[in-house]
Design a protein around this ligand. Sequence first.
Ligand code: HEM
Length: 175
Amino acid sequence: MRQKLSSRTIINFVLDSIIFLAFLATTAPRLTGLAIHEWLSIAFGAAIITHLLLHWNWIVQVARRFFGKVTWASRVNYLLNTVLFISLTVIIFTGLMISEVALPLFGIRLGRNALWLLLHREATDVMVLTLGLHMALHWRWIVNTTGRVLGFPSRPRPAAPAALVSSSSTTEVSS
Ligand code: HEM
């Protein structure tokens, strides 16, 4: 029977989808224009903070057990999340340093120079790569939850290989 989705899963799904789509948009400032790029990215930073707070228990638990009893998948996941967080912090910080729309609107101009721009671009490349790995690691959750939220019928689990089923049982294999 299909399990009911908890409101927490739905909130995570909606927030993660918004974060993903917003991130895609922020990587293409020539497409969106600079004003949308800057304001969307600032809102994006706020969404990430909410995302971190929703997963705070996990963050604290894995940090405590990082060198102890924890699976390698969790360790890799934790390292990837740390790289994501650092690259995003660099992107937002350097973005504010080179801001041409958002901060100048309040009369603020920070030290825009070629180094900040270079860091802004390189950190974006790092983040795109890391986000791909992050999504690969959570692919099962993404596919399952998307299917359940959109109401797709769940696929039956594949039958166990014949060699693993006891000879007395007569398991019907669905195609
Ligand atoms: C998730 C956050 C962000 C991402 C992924 C991102 C990504 C990018 C990318 C890929 C470029 C294009 C660089 C190029 O043309 O080669 C760019 C340019 C730019 N970004 Fe961001 N950015 C982010 C946040 C911000 C923020 C918060 C600001 C300022 C408030 C900002 C200000 C700018 C400016 C002014 C440029 C144009 C630089 C230029 O070519 O003169 N960005 N950004």
